[in-house]
Every structure is written in C-alpha cells, then in structure tokens.
Design a protein around this ligand. Structure first.
Ligand code: HEC
Ligand code: HEC
Length: 267
C-alpha cells in the first residue's frame, strides 16, 4: 500500500514537473535575432516607447539602471530575456507582459546589444568601507540599508542594482527630476494657521497623512486643513561639495555598487 502511494506521489510530481517545463520553456542561450538589422530597428522603436522613460533614450539610466553595461557586467542573452519576461519582482521593473511575443523581446535585446559597451566603462573606484562610514554619518538618519537606518527617505538596500550611478550623483547633488512616490514633499496649512512639513503618505477624502521630520506619521482631518501644497524642495538636503566632498561621494558610490539585494544573473 505504502509503495503504491509513493508511486502515485512520484507520478504526480512528474506531471507537475512536466507542466512547469512547458510553462517556462528555456529561452535559447544566444539571441536568435542578434545583428539582424530589421530586428534592431524594430527593437529600437519598442525600447524608446516602452523602456526609455525609466532607462533613458540612450539606455544609460534614469530611474532604472544603465543598460549599456549589462553584457559587460556578465549577464547573458538568456538571462536578460528572462529578466524582461518576468520583470524584477518587488521592484519598479515591470514584466514585458504576455502580449509581447518572444520575438519582440529578442528584438529589444538585439537593439540594446548594438549600443552595449564591450567592456565596463563605468568602473567603480573609491573605498567602499569608507563609503559605508560616510553613509552612517550623513545618510542613515533618513535611509535604511538591510533593515537599519531612518524611514523618512526610501530604503536603499538595492540602490546598486536599481539606479544608474549618474542618476544617484545627480540626486545627491540636488537635482530631482521627480520625487519618489510616497516621499513627495508636502506642506499642510491648518485652519488655525499652523503649517506642518513632511513627506506625503496615504490620504483619502477625509484625511491627509504625512511623515514629519521626526518620522512621526501625522494624520489631519480634511476639515482642519486649509491647504495641502506640494513642496518644491525635497525633504532630502542638497549635498553640495562643502557638505559631501567628491572623494566621500566616490567612496559612497563604491559602497552603493555593492548593494544589490540579490544577483539577478542567478535568477
Ligand atoms: C517603470 C520603470 C521601468 C520600465 C518601464 C522598465 N524598466 Fe527595466 N528596470 C527598472 C528598474 C528600477 C530596474 C532595477 C530593478 C532592480 O533590480 O532593483 C530595472 C532593471 C532592468 C534590467 C536588469 C538590469 C541588470 O543589471 O540586470 C533590464 C535588462 C531592464 N530593466 C530592461 C528593461 C527593458 C528592455 C524595458 C522595456 C521593455 C524596461 N526595462 C522597462 C525600471 C524600469
Ligand atoms: C533628511 C533626510 C535625508 C537625508 C539626511 C538623506 N536623504 Fe536621501 N532622500 C530623502 C528623501 C525624503 C528622499 C525621497 C524624495 C526625493 O527623491 O527627493 C530621498 C531620496 C534619495 C535617493 C533616491 C532614491 C531612489 O530610489 O531613487 C538617493 C539615491 C538618496 N536619497 C541618497 C542619499 C544619500 C547618499 C544621502 C547621504 C549623503 C542621503 N540621501 C541623505 C531623505 C534624506
């Protein structure tokens, strides 16, 4: 009897296993459309309309990472195909979705390959250990890494994978293209004339919620609020060279480059 049940379990596992193989057929190891000029042309169009908002028209990264470095940093055609198919779960990187055919995914990659750097041009210099100390002193009051640090700013545990280095530099030196959702600066004026500054959290018809500079979530009833104004300046201070030297920034970036949460190439 026991043996029969074991056999049934094994058969069921086989079936389940077979189903899985069907659902996620392994992509070919090499892009079948690499170097095909019509494919490259079509891929460029798709990249510009579907990816450039986050990765930049030149693919050097805005809200998403620099894609000209991915092959040089060791990623394979098949691995990148899987990243596009699945997205990067738990991050802003979306899946291309089921309506995008395998051929279309390969076309996008065929285009990206034509602008890829043959070797890493974005070389990490700087002292990562010192960068971590700079972070503790200047940034950890507002940012968490691996569970430690403040909450007024976003978690930076994946910053090395999530953002291009150039974009981090621009952000730290004070340029904000847009504020991250959930961290937009806001000023609330109450009917009694008092003003409160913080970053916008949830709100509904009846209340507005913000986190103030001391990380307290404050809720205000709409009836007590005279105005909610979008702040112009981020809750993050501008770190100019007086506040953060070029060499401290370089060290900080060297440490950030190690913060990847997990390695997407082994996904
Ligand atoms: C809404 C913004 C957004 C869009 C749209 C987007 N990406 Fe991304 N992408 C990201 C972010 C953010 C990451 C980093 C995710 C992480 O690992 O934290 C990423 C990561 C990637 C990676 C992995 C890079 C690496 O180093 O392994 C590839 C490849 C990629 N994107 C390609 C694309 C392509 C191609 C498109 C268009 C079909 C696209 N992305 C559309 C935001 C976006
Ligand atoms: C007083 C709080 C505060 C301090 C101190 C602070 N930040 Fe920020 N940071 C924020 C807030 C709030 C945001 C999100 C809103 C925005 O983008 O302006 C942010 C956003 C960022 C982003 C963008 C994150 C992303 O996912 O794109 C980076 C990178 C960053 N900070 C790095 C740093 C570094 C490096 C330091 C130290 C040198 C630092 N911050 C110090 C509050 C702070």
């Amino acid at each position: 009897m026991r043996r029969v049940r074991a056999a049934l379990v094994a058969a069921a596992m086989c079936l389940a296993g077979g189903g899985l193989v069907f659902a996620q057929a392994e992509p070919p190891a090499i892009n079948p459309l690499a170097g095909d000029s019509a494919a490259v042309q079509a891929g460029m169009g798709m990249f510009r309309s579907r990816c450039a908002d986050c990765h930049g028209m030149d693919a050097r990264g805005v809200r998403g990472p620099d894609l000209t470095q991915v092959w040089a940093s060791g990623r394979s055609d098949a691995g990148l195909f899987r990243t596009l198919r699945r997205g990067v779960p738990g991050t802003e990187m979306p899946s291309v979705g089921p309506r995008t055919s395998d051929d279309e995914v390969w076309k996008i990659l065929a285009y990206l390959k034509t602008i890829a750097a043959p070797t890493i041009t974005d070389v990490v210099t700087g002292n990562a250990a010192h960068g971590q100390q700079v972070f503790r002193a200047q940034c950890a009051g507002c940012h968490r890494v691996d569970g430690t640090g403040g909450r007024l700013g976003p978690d930076l545990s994946r910053i090395g994978a999530a953002r291009a280095r150039g974009a981090i530099v621009r952000r730290v030196r004070g340029a904000t293209e847009d504020f991250l959702e959930g961290y937009e600066p806001v000023i609330i004026t109450l009917t009694n004339g008092q003003t409160v500054r913080g970053v916008r959290k949830n709100g509904d018809l009846f209340s507005v919620q913000i986190m103030d500079g001391r990380e307290r979530i404050q809720g205000y009833l709409t009836k007590d609020v005279r105005a909610v104004t979008a702040g112009k300046a981020s809750a993050m201070p501008v770190f100019d060279v007086q506040r953060l030297s070029e060499s401290d920034l370089t060290d900080l970036l060297a440490w950030f480059a190690t913060l990847k949460g997990f390695d997407p190439s082994v996904q």
